[in-house]
Design a protein around this ligand. Structure first.
Ligand code: NAP
Length: 276
């Protein structure tokens, strides 16, 4: 009987060691372990997928939202249930005082910022001759000024840390004439995001890597307006013959946020199934 008990103790010890080794391995393989990531517009769509994946990879995430409080709270709950950490911050990122407060609250809670994803954006569909000054102002301030303001507030923190990654979400609309046909203010704002990315990359080197991503047609609320015919045409123009999912943008953003992209800055990564 004593012998069986001894054997049981040995097996239990071996099992505990194996379980600890497995959990250490899992932590070691998390690509953002211990990092703090601030994702703007993270309640819905692409921002939500990015914040969710970053949390799965070990990051503490700041979920910024403007109007989608319910969606943002549900993401924070999901992350907490999986054992992660999340801070919810409401801020209109086109307003400097709200951005300042968002960064202040982030630092108060986590003490540092390793990754900033400037994702928040709007798309007003209007070809050049139908667009208005008001549409242009609103689009530029939501899509471009927001990325400038958030980067301005976060960069000094990253410079003090001597390390950081900024990822700006632009769009293929900034690159391709066809994609820019029906949304002139949007295309102009996203071209501005690319210019901002290239300028920040040289201004903030060598401490901070700044890159942009250009998604193609991704299935989110932003593309819900597409009629079946419009969707079919866009798929036809896409060499990979389909639209993308927010998770596919998140996986590319993970690469740019992780140590694997340490020698990459000022680049524009198009994730669009080959669509220009
Ligand atoms: P979406 O589902 O419409 O989500 C837009 C996000 O931006 C929401 O979370 C929204 O937050 C946030 N937002 C808008 N104005 C804001 C403000 N002033 N302050 C804070 N947050 C604000 O669109 P999406 O497709 O995920 O787009 C995400 C980014 O990807 C955008 O920059 C978009 O231009 C870009 N993009 C999308 C596609 C595509 O096909 N979907 C293609 C290329 C690029 P609230 O709901 O809380 O207001």
């Amino acid at each position: 009987m004593e012998k069986i008990n001894d054997l049981l103790v040995i097996w239990q010890t071996k099992l505990n060691i194996a379980a600890a080794a497995y959990s250490n391995l899992q932590v070691a393989s998390m690509r953002l372990q211990g990092k703090v990531a601030l994702v703007t517009g993270a309640g819905r769509g692409i921002g939500r997928a990015i914040a969710g994946l970053f949390a799965e990879e070990g990051a503490k995430v700041v979920i910024n939202y403007s109007r989608s409080e319910k969606e943002a709270s549900s993401l924070a709950e999901e992350i907490k249930k999986r054992g992660g950490e999340a801070l919810l911050v409401r801020a209109d990122v086109s307003r400097s005082e709200e951005v300042e407060e968002m960064v202040r609250r982030t630092l108060e809670r986590f003490g540092r910022i390793d990754i900033l994803v400037n994702n928040a954006g709007i798309a007003i569909q209007a070809a050049f001759l139908d667009s208005t000054e008001e549409m242009l102002d609103k689009t530029i301030s939501t899509n471009l000024k927001s990325a400038y303001l958030c980067s301005k507030e976060v960069a000094p923190v990253m410079l003090r840390q001597k390390r950081g990654k900024i990822i700006n979400i632009a769009s293929v609309s900034a690159l391709a004439q066809r994609s820019a046909l029906l949304n002139t203010p949007y295309a102009a704002s996203k071209a501005g995001v690319i210019g901002l990315t290239r300028s920040l990359a040289v201004n903030l080197a060598p401490e901070i890597n700044v890159n942009a991503m250009c998604p193609g047609v991704i299935e989110t609320d932003m593309t819900a307006y597409l009629t079946p015919e419009m969707r079919r045409m866009r798929i036809e123009e896409t060499p990979l013959k389909r639209t993308g999912k927010p998770e596919e943008i998140a996986r590319a953003a993970l690469f740019l946020a992780s140590d694997e992209s340490d020698f990459i800055t000022g680049e524009i990564l198009t994730v669009a199934g080959g669509r220009g």
